[in-house]
Design a protein around this ligand. Structure first.
Ligand code: HEM
Length: 219
């Protein structure tokens, strides 16, 4: 019993560190994406930097590992919770003070994962991956992005994904810091507010980018 308890804490710790790592990654990714609103040259230059910078080359496998660890631990913790609850699905999650997002982190994560695969297929495989493999990458990444976002279906799916991520972040942000020990009555409400501000800023900014192209504001 003691071993089970300890390993749960370790799992939660790994989950929170990998989640916070992904939260920081989102800010970097957003910063790069926002240059599409400045100009074609600015975005293409950022992509060229991302393709050739040594530090970024080192960070890409670390990021992939961060995702793999987060997803693996998510599956382990979800299975563990399901086993602990047995047939009474709401024995643990039914408490009224747990948000809808808190109860549905796995489903929200699966939505995020689904889009991540689509995103890697449409953007990353044609851009950064090509230059990592020594093949000439797309010479004009801006046009690739603009063409995809001008497609209402693609932009629609992208925006739905962003708002699934919003739910994941509103719970994940404070939950991660709580797992790291900031779990007193003063800090939890503050972290919830900071987490919501972070989620709103990041998700609104990510949403503006497809809308910018969809509404033809780039012309
Ligand atoms: C950019 C993408 C993502 C970010 C920023 C992110 C962030 C976070 C954070 C900060 C937490 C809170 C950790 C804690 O409570 O200690 C969390 C929890 C969780 N994440 Fe993610 N996540 C992402 C993608 C995913 C994906 C792809 C999955 C796939 C299944 C996933 C599944 C989960 C689950 C199930 C939990 C709750 C674990 C638990 O406490 O029982 N996440 N996430």
């Amino acid at each position: 019993m003691q071993r089970f308890y300890l390993s749960s804490i370790v799992k939660k710790l790994i989950m929170s560190i990998s989640g916070l790592f992904l939260i920081i990654f989102l800010l970097v990714h957003l910063g790069a994406n926002l240059t599409t609103l400045i100009s074609q040259e600015a975005y293409n230059e950022v992509c060229h930097f991302m393709d050739t910078n040594v530090l970024i080359r080192i960070m890409v496998p670390v990021l992939a590992l961060g995702f793999i660890i987060h997803i693996f631990m998510a599956c382990m913790l979800t299975l563990q919770n399901m086993k602990a609850r047995g047939s009474d699905r709401y024995a643990i999650t039914g408490k009224s003070n747990i948000s809808w997002a808190g109860k549905n982190m796995f489903v929200l994560g699966i939505i995020v994962l689904g889009f991540l695969a689509l995103h890697l297929m449409h953007f990353w495989s044609k851009m950064q991956l090509q230059s990592f493999m020594g093949v000439e990458a797309v010479t004009d990444p801006y046009t690739l992005v603009a063409d995809l976002f001008r497609n209402p279906l693609y932009s629609g799916i992208y925006i739905v994904w962003i708002w699934a991520l919003w739910f994941h972040l509103t719970h994940g942000f404070w939950s991660a810091l709580q797992s790291l020990g900031l779990n007193n009555n003063t800090w939890i409400p503050r972290l919830e507010v900071i987490g919501k501000i972070y989620a709103w800023i990041v998700c609104l900014a990510f949403t503006i980018i497809p809308l910018f192209f969809l509404l033809g504001l780039d012309k």
